[in-house]
Write a protein that binds this ligand. Structure first.
Ligand code: AKG
Ligand code: FE2
Length: 178
């Protein structure tokens, strides 16, 4: 769970293309988001244009991530989204909960052969989406995806190269007496 506070972007040179969070898609399974005020925008799967996500009192916004999109062969769409800054004199608070996989979860495509095939247009759209998302494949373990993501976001961290180790980590497998 994270908590973001967005403040207005003021000053010279601040134009329409300045965002609280720039365009991205979430990379895991689902993001469950609480938000105080509008500001979140999402690319509509129908028009491919950005639309405002309404804030509905008492409701949470559920966003599909890249891995759910890929696991389901494009049946759930991981949309690009961004946050516009609040108007001068206001602020926006949001609480995303990233509902992702267990550290050692094995990534593998779901068996979907019993489902009707996606239309050619939706299949093309899925491939275009995947070519722009964080990961190209569904294999290995979730911790490998996390390590890659951390290295991408913080390139200066100089993490060791995790690629060589294909086995799941056992470091965090501890038994807790309840
Ligand atoms: O603050 C928001 O409404 C969205 C945050 C977001 O997109 C993210 O953390 O991935
Ligand atoms: Fe996001």
């Amino acid at each position: 769970m994270r908590c973001f506070k967005y403040e207005p972007k003021e000053g010279e040179g601040v134009g329409k293309d300045v965002f609280g969070i720039g365009e991205h898609s979430d990379f895991g399974l689902l993001t469950i988001l609480g938000q105080t005020t509008p500001g979140l925008q999402v690319v509509s799967p129908y028009t491919q244009e950005y639309v405002d996500v309404p804030v509905i009192e008492g409701a949470l916004c559920i966003n599909v991530g890249d891995m759910l999109d890929m696991l389901t062969g494009g049946r759930f769409i991981s949309p690009f989204h961004r946050v516009i800054p609040p108007a001068p004199g206001s602020e926006r608070i949001s609480f995303p909960f990233f509902f992702d996989f267990g550290w050692d979860a094995k990534m593998q495509p779901l068996p979907l052969s019993h489902l009707p095939a996606l239309s050619p247009a939706l299949t093309d759209a899925a491939h275009t989406r995947w070519s722009k998302t964080t990961f190209a494949t569904v294999e290995g373990y979730w911790w490998q995806y996390l390590a890659k993501k951390v290295m991408k976001v913080f390139p200066d961290l100089k993490l060791p190269d995790f690629e060589a180790n294909k086995a799941p980590s056992t470091r965090f497998s501890i038994t807790v007496d309840t």
